[in-house]
Design a protein around this ligand. Sequence first.
Ligand code: NAD
Length: 498
Amino acid sequence: MEELSHWIDGKRVAGASGRFADVYNPATGEVQAKVPLASKAELDAAVASAAEAQVKWGATNPQRRARVLMEFVRLLNRDMDKLAETLSREHGKTVPDAKGDVQRGLEVVEFCIGAPHLLKGEYTDSAGPGIDMYSMRQPLGVAAGITPFNFPAMIPMWKMAPAIACGNAFILKPSERDPSVPLMLAELFSEAGLPDGVLQVVNGDKEAVDAILDNPTIAAIGFVGSTPIAEYIYGRGCSNGKRVQCFGGAKNHMIVMPDADMDQAADALVGAGYGAAGERCMAISVAVPVGDETADRLIEKLVPRIEKLKVGPYTSDGMDYGPLVTGAAKERVLGLVEKGIAEGAELVVDGRDFQLQGYEDGFFVGPHLFDRVTRDMAIYREEIFGPVLSTVRAQSYEDALAHAMDHEYGNGTAIFTRDGDTARDFASRINIGMVGINVPIPVPLAYHTFGGWKKSGFGDLNQHGPDAFRFYTRTKTVTARWPSGLKEGGEFHFKQMD
Ligand code: NAD
C-alpha cells in the first residue's frame, strides 16, 4: 500500500510521528494509501525552515515571483489529466468535475500573476513642507492554510497562490482524506522554480492544526471547512494574535418565483443540488418555490430529471456524480434522510436502496428529493453535504426571503425569476455573501472575492480577488522629510502639515 509523505524543503519527507490515516478509493471502498499525521514537533520544524526561506523570497522582486506562478500555470495545464485522475480516485468526483476543481484554482493563480500591480502602494507628494508620505504592502512572513476535502486542488491554490505571490512562505495542512493532489501541487510549484521551503505541505489532523494555531511564527491562517471547526480555529487563532479568516458550512436556498422558466429552474436545481454528490459548499440544498402551484410544477419537472441521474465511479464516462468521500459520510447522510422521514417530510425520490453492481462496497448514495420540509426539521437546519435536495413551500416572496434570511448559514443563494424588480430587491436585501440571479451556483471568478456571511464566514476579508492581497500583506506607511525641508528647531506638538 502506498505510504504518502509531507513536502518539506523541496522534497517528499516521510512522516516521523508513527501516526497515519487511511485514504480511501471511495468508488470501491478500499483503503488505497496511508497518509502520515504530523506531530507538533514536525509542524514546528517545517515552520522554522519556512521562516528562513521566506527572508529571501520576501525580498525577491514581485515580477520574479510572478514568473514562478506563470510557470506553475503552464505545468498545471501540462499535468491536468494526471491531477484530475488522482483527484477523482481519492475524492470520488467525476473526471470533468475534477478538472473544474483544478481549473478554478488555476484561475486564481493566473490572477495572482498580477501581483506586481496589486502590491503597488500609495504615495502622497508634498504632504507637508518637504514631506512625502507613502504606504507599502509587505508580506506577513509565514502564513498557513487548513483546507477541506471537497476541493483538494482549488482551495489549496486559493490560499497558497496569493500568499506566495505576496512574498510569504506558506504552510498547507490539506485534508487528510485526499492529500495526494496538494502534494502534487507542491511538486509542480517546485518544478516551476519556487525556492525550497517557501511552500511546505504538512499532512495531519487536529494535532497539526493545533500546532499551527499555537506556533508563534505563523502570522496568518486561512481556513475552509465545517462551521464548528471554523469557529474553533477563528477563536483560538485570534486569541493567539494571528490574522485569521475562516469559511464554514452552508445551506444554500434557491427561490423559484411563479414566473420563472420552470425547465430552466429544474435543470439548474438538478446540477446544483446533485453535482459532486452535493459535496460542494455552494451546492443548492433547499429549493423554495413560491406558492403551491409553483411547487407542484417544479416537483413535476424535477422528479424525472432526478430519476435519470447517472451515479457511478469516475472510471465510467458520462456519470453525473460519484460516491461520497467516506463510509462515515455515507452513514451520516443516510441517517439524516431517516430523520427527515421521521420528522414528517415527504420523500418524493428515494435513493436509499441504490446499489451499483461491482461497487457494492463503494460509498455511493442515490439521489433523494424531499417535499414539504419545514423550518424545525433537522434536514432543513443542518448541512447534509450529500445528494439530498429539500423543498420548502413558501407562501409568498417575503416568506421565501425570510427563510433564506433567517437561516444561520449565509454562503450562497439564488433566485429564479423573469422579474427584474424582484431580482433586484432580492440581491439588495438578502443577508448572504454570494447571490445568483437565474444562476444556481454563483461562485465569483478569481478577480472578485469569495466569501459567505453569518455562520459561513469569520473574519473581515474574503478569499481571492483583491481581498487576498490585503489578507496576505500588511501596510506600512512612511513619512519622509529630507534636510532641505527641515525648519530650524524641534517640534513638540502634533500639528497640521502646512
Ligand atoms: P472539516 O471541518 O471536517 O475539515 C476541514 C479541515 O479541518 C481539514 O483539514 C481537517 O483536517 C481539519 N479538522 C477537522 N477536524 C478538526 C478538529 N477537530 N480540530 C482541528 N482541525 C480539524 O471539513 P470537511 O469535511 O473536510 O469539508 C466539508 C466542509 O467544508 C463543509 O461544511 C463545507 O460546507 C465546507 N466548505 C466551505 C467552503 C466555503 O468556502 N465556505 C468551501 C468548501 C467547503
